[in-house]
Design a protein around this ligand. Structure first.
Ligand SMILES: CC1=C(CCC(=O)O)c2cc3nc(cc4[nH]c(cc5[nH]c(cc1n2)c(C)c5CCC(=O)O)c(CCC(=O)O)c4C)C(CCC(=O)O)=C3C
Ligand SMILES: [Fe+2]
Length: 343
């Protein structure tokens, strides 16, 4: 337990106008193995929405809610925000924090799970930015993965119930729940969570996604068939990524006579572009083509329980409060923060 003098939200970033789309995508894909066609295709997703990703506004909304909750709960920390790939850039925010005299930063990523993209990449970007600030750079601690926090799980339960209620009764009866997360290369999945214990074939990421799906499904009014699916695959076709794809799985389920699906984007914390396009446009189109019912549950967003979770996570670090955790995945012996740092 150590004193902190600021809270920092770290997110992905997204364009907020048509002229920002390509430069944003260039930032994201710098040095990555992503085919040009995939990039052009993803650019179109953004142009369909006027070049505006919802993610920055969602961060502003979350920060406003967190600031208010800190105030109510007596957490006396100024709140900052920096993105990995678009303004406000993490490097600029950290420079400003240093100028403001901030010494110890408690940072939260907008990712709940352990994998390179959701944890290690954040650590690497933080380290790179701090190196630029020289010897008297502030210190940054990254808040733990929070997939198992009730403040993450409970909003998903509530939003899944609402989505089920929105289906016609006769479709709801036979509905399947598809818990959807961002696909990653299988090699990245296998390495996720480090090697402090055996996480199973899809690493800590796969195990955590399965666990959250189980926790949410168990809290509904009755049992529904449920499974984890993946979305937003990129990379060359020759490289294996986590499967099944949400659209492929819907096709199989429709062929088996399943009348409807509820898709729950449990791999994400807000309804950003990967949700708005890949689920609300693409997967819905698949459902329409297949003639099956389709509802999409909201992600946690600014649900009051999720906002309270942020304050509770801060207290784990500032006051040593006992972490609230659901489920029974084994805990990493030297702290998930450290294990999840490994590639
Ligand atoms: C696990 C994961 C999350 C969830 C957790 C987290 O948040 O970390 C996530 C979130 C997001 N991903 C996002 C956007 C993109 N991700 C891409 C590419 C990739 N994502 C990957 C993984 C993840 N991504 C991976 C393995 C790649 C391949 C390249 C690489 O190995 O690094 C590309 C390049 C084009 C493409 O290939 O799709 C884009 C544009 C946005 C912003 C959305 C908006 O603008 O609203 C968000 C929140
Ligand atoms: Fe991504």
């Amino acid at each position: 337990m150590r004193p902190y003098d600021a809270f920092l939200l770290i997110s992905f970033g997204g364009p907020e106008g048509e002229d920002e789309v390509i430069p944003f995508l260039e930032n994201v894909t710098r040095g990555r193995n992503i085919p040009r066609e995939r990039l052009a295709e993803v650019g179109e997703h953004y142009f369909l929405f006027g070049g505006v990703s919802p993610i920055n506004q969602q961060c502003r909304d979350l920060l406003a809610a967190v600031t208010a909750d800190f105030e109510t709960e007596g957490v006396d920390l100024p709140v900052y925000w920096g993105n990995r790939f678009w303004a406000p850039m993490l490097t600029d925010t950290l420079a400003r924090m240093k100028e403001d005299g901030v010494r110890r930063i408690l940072a939260m990523p907008t990712s709940a799970y352990c994998n390179w993209s959701s944890r290690t990449a954040y650590h690497e970007d933080i380290d790179r930015a701090l190196a630029e600030l020289g010897d008297d750079a502030p210190e940054v601690e990254l808040i733990r993965p929070f997939y198992d926090h009730p403040g993450f799980v409970d909003p998903l339960v509530e939003h899944t119930r609402k989505a089920l209620d929105a289906l016609p009764a006769e479709q709801r009866e036979g509905a399947h729940l598809l818990f959807s997360a961002h696909s990653i290369p299988t090699a990245m999945a296998e390495a996720s969570g480090g090697s402090c214990h055996d996480h199973g074939p899809e690493g800590a990421y796969g195990a955590q996604l399965n666990e959250v799906a189980r926790l949410v499904a168990a809290r509904l009014d009755r049992e529904y068939p449920f499974e984890v699916v993946y979305q937003s695959r990129s990379g060359p076709p020759s490289q294996p990524w986590l499967e099944p794809d949400v659209n492929d799985r819907m096709e199989e389920l429709a062929a088996e006579g399943v009348p409807a699906v509820v898709v729950i984007p449990h791999g994400f914390v807000s309804d950003h572009m990967e949700v708005k396009f890949d689920l609300d446009v693409e997967a819905r189109e698949t459902a329409d083509k297949l003639g099956i019912g389709y509802e999409r549950a909201l992600s946690p967003g600014t649900h009051p329980a999720f906002v309270s979770m942020v304050t509770a996570l801060v207290r784990e670090y500032t006051e040593g409060t006992e972490p609230a955790r659901l489920g029974d995945l084994p805990r990493c012996s030297d702290g998930e923060e450290k294990c999840c740092r490994q590639r």
